[in-house]
Design a protein around this ligand. Structure first.
Ligand code: C2E
Ligand code: CA
Ligand code: CA
Length: 266
């Protein structure tokens, strides 16, 4: 109509139907309560080699498709709004697990939970964090929220207010995938951040690409100078481990140590 036309292909129809089906199944998974799981990937102290914390990573045990990774469903969870309820569930589940670990595990210092930009910018987030801590009586300093740079940059003024409220509650705050988004040194100055997570893309090249090595070294130095801690993600080789340790990176996470594991294997 109106001198314009649109193409509607069979493929577009297929992909829309696929999306809607996943969305309906995800809604059901959340309601049933036994298909969504958190897996836990150990974080190792580079100075003494012990496991000091875990990052909670979501999995979906789909009844017919098998184990799905967040890359297969988080986007649909976000566009459908389901991420808010799923994220609320994940926070509570991770805090329960952390509470258990805090009793049984001598060096346990942190349970890291990912927040997507949509969750972080949703009005309910502060209450969901507070409620999860209260319901599990987890000491707040044992919970670390991982937020990406883009989540913060969406609305800087609101982000500062929220981050300060969370900080006052006592939880730790980490910038995930540091260096890959809209990095601004300004927010490191103004936001109450505790930890920078060095993105896997830098860790990948750290041994063979001098630029990746320079970036990783600079992130660690910057963090040291600002009194923040650092964790490198995606460490797969001993050479990466050794280099990161020499650079002064505090925590290490990656397949070299362990893949994310189910709670019964913790
Ligand atoms: P991320 O937060 O950057 O998590 C790191 C991803 O790298 C994880 O993938 C982890 O399993 C994987 N990984 C860890 N070590 C290695 C390694 O040595 N080599 C390789 N190749 N990969 C490694 P996963 O679990 O598939 O999660 C993907 C993304 O989904 C996460 O990226 C995070 O952004 C998101 N995500 C995961 N769980 C949640 C959640 O509960 N809520 C939200 N909002 N997002 C989540
Ligand atoms: Ca993360
Ligand atoms: Ca990453």
């Amino acid at each position: 109509g109106k001198n314009g036309y649109q193409l509607f292909s069979h493929e577009m129809h297929q992909s829309l139907m696929h999306r809607l089906q996943i969305e309906a199944e995800l809604r059901e998974a959340l309601a049933l309560g036994d298909q969504l799981k958190l897996y836990y990937q150990p974080q190792i102290s580079s100075s003494h080699g012990d496991v000091v914390g875990y990052e909670a990573l979501m999995r979906w045990e789909h009844p017919t498709k098998g184990m799905l990774s967040p890359y297969d469903f988080i986007h649909i969870a976000e566009t459908s709004g389901l991420i808010i309820a799923i994220g609320e569930w994940a926070l509570l589940e991770a805090c329960k697990q952390a509470k258990t670990l805090s009793v049984s595990h001598q060096h346990f210092t942190r349970m890291a939970v990912n927040l997507s930009a949509l969750q972080f910018n949703h009005a309910s987030i502060f209450d969901h964090v507070k409620t999860a801590l209260e319901q599990t009586s987890l000491p707040p300093h044992l919970l670390e929220l991982e937020i990406t740079e883009s989540a913060i940059i969406d609305n800087v003024d609101d982000a500062i207010v929220l981050l300060n409220k969370l900080k006052k509650l006592g939880v730790k705050l980490a910038i995930d995938d540091f260096g890959t988004g809209y990095s601004s040194l300004n927010y490191l100055k103004n936001f109450p951040i505790d930890t920078l997570k060095i993105d896997k893309s830098f860790v990948d090249g750290i041994v063979n690409n001098p630029k990746d090595a320079a970036i990783a070294r600079t992130i660690v130095q910057l963090a040291l100078n600002l009194g923040l801690s650092t964790i490198a993600e995606g460490v797969e080789y001993t050479e990466q481990h050794e280099l990161l340790k020499t650079m002064g990176c505090d925590g290490l996470q990656g397949y070299l140590f362990s893949k994310p594991i189910s709670s019964d294997k913790l």
